[in-house]
Design a protein around this ligand. Sequence first.
Ligand code: SF4
Ligand code: F3S
Length: 104
Amino acid sequence: TYVVTDNCIRCKYMDCVEVCPVDCFYEGENMLVINPSECIDCGVCEPECPAEAILPDTESGLESWLELNAKYSAEWPNITVKGDAPADADEMSGVENKLEKFFS
Ligand code: SF4
Ligand code: F3S
């Protein structure tokens, strides 16, 4: 599966939802997540994310992000249509430790 990671938080560009063939993105206030049991591992979303926040879970160190994606995709609503990114999305890209600072 692919997972959404730290840099999505407060960037939330949503280009990813437009390309996913199985519509497995779910929307929180500050980020999106992927439902790992629905993702078919096609990889199409990875290069579409301007924040480079989407990674395959085969990369090391992503266990906690996989858990977060699984947990919140079960709680948050599905999203299939791109909305407006936050006005300060570009400034927020690359800010460190977004999970601790901004996740809600
Ligand atoms: Fe959707 Fe493919 Fe990305 Fe999985 S890897 S979330 S199926 S676009
Ligand atoms: Fe987030 Fe990137 Fe999608 S910033 S909303 S994973 S395009």
